[in-house]
Design a protein around this ligand. Structure first.
Ligand code: APR
Length: 232
């Protein structure tokens, strides 16, 4: 029974039609991070931020899990390995593919958060800052998304899992944003073997013990097939 920690990024959802961030047609080519992905941007113009996330929520709802999401769910369902998926993504494609053991370290489009009292509740399809918080009633509703300058969720759990893993796999992430971009170094320092599955070499690709480059819907099912065939 191997303990496998799998980090995913926008690249695993790209073939489901969900835009990535740093490609030539990426979201950060069209929107300034400081306007739509920081607490300061939200304080300055909450309507702009809600328009950005309402559009991403609609895009995620219109998308379907692809063969890469399904392969990771199959690896977990097989039961011979303990699989933890740590995703930077805020879409729900891992859940809809059947992955159970999942941490959304950057939050999710499915969550609403009160910037006043911290209450959380299921997000409506189209969210407005004036939506009253169900707990305190204040019109300070924001997406439950971790913005730049905020601490990602459940980091102690993630670092502990990385230290105790038998294998760390990074899928579909450019390795530009910390702390996720540091997971390969954390794994390496703990003596955990590392594998990168990505369309092209990430910023940290040289730190990985092994790497396979290609579309996630090809390289991820290929790797899972090998894992399941090997342990028969
Ligand atoms: N298959 C596999 N990998 C792909 C595919 C694909 N079809 N398409 C793109 N990729 C890879 C790209 O090569 C790139 O390395 O996915 C990666 C996407 O990189 P980014 O757009 O930077 O997305 P990500 O790494 O998830 O960004 C991390 O940055 O803006 C913040 O919070 C945001 O969670 C996000 C974080």
């Amino acid at each position: 029974m191997a303990r496998i920690v799998i980090l995913t990024g926008a690249g695993i959802s790209a073939e489901s039609g969900i835009r990535t961030f740093r490609a030539s047609d990426g979201l950060w080519e069209e929107h300034r991070i400081e306007d739509v992905a920081t607490p300061e941007g939200f304080a300055r113009n909450p309507e702009l931020v809600h328009r950005f996330y309402n559009a991403r929520r609609a895009a995620a709802a219109a998308a379907a899990p692809n063969a890469a999401h399904q392969a990771l769910a199959a690896l977990e369902a097989d039961g011979r390995h303990t699989v933890l998926v740590v995703t930077q993504n805020v879409d729900d494609l891992h859940e809809r593919a059947g992955t159970q053991n999942l941490i959304h370290m950057h939050g999710t489009l499915a969550g609403a958060l009160c910037a006043g009292c911290g209450h959380r509740w299921p997000a409506p399809t189209q969210m407005q800052v004036t939506d009253p918080c169900p707990a305190c009633g204040k019109p300070k509703t924001r997406p439950d998304i971790v913005w730049f300058g905020e601490m990602p969720y459940r980091m102690e759990e993630i670092w502990a899992a990385l230290r105790q893993a038998d294998l760390f796999v990074s899928i579909g992430t450019s390795g530009n944003v910390y702390p996720a971009a540091g997971f390969v170094a954390d794994a390496m320092h703990a003596g955990v073997p590392t594998l990168e599955l990505n369309l092209d070499p990430s910023a940290g690709t040289r730190m990985f013990d092994a790497a396979r480059h290609g579309p996630a819907t090809q390289v991820v099912p290929g790797w899972v097939h090998e894992m399941l065939a090997r342990d028969r």
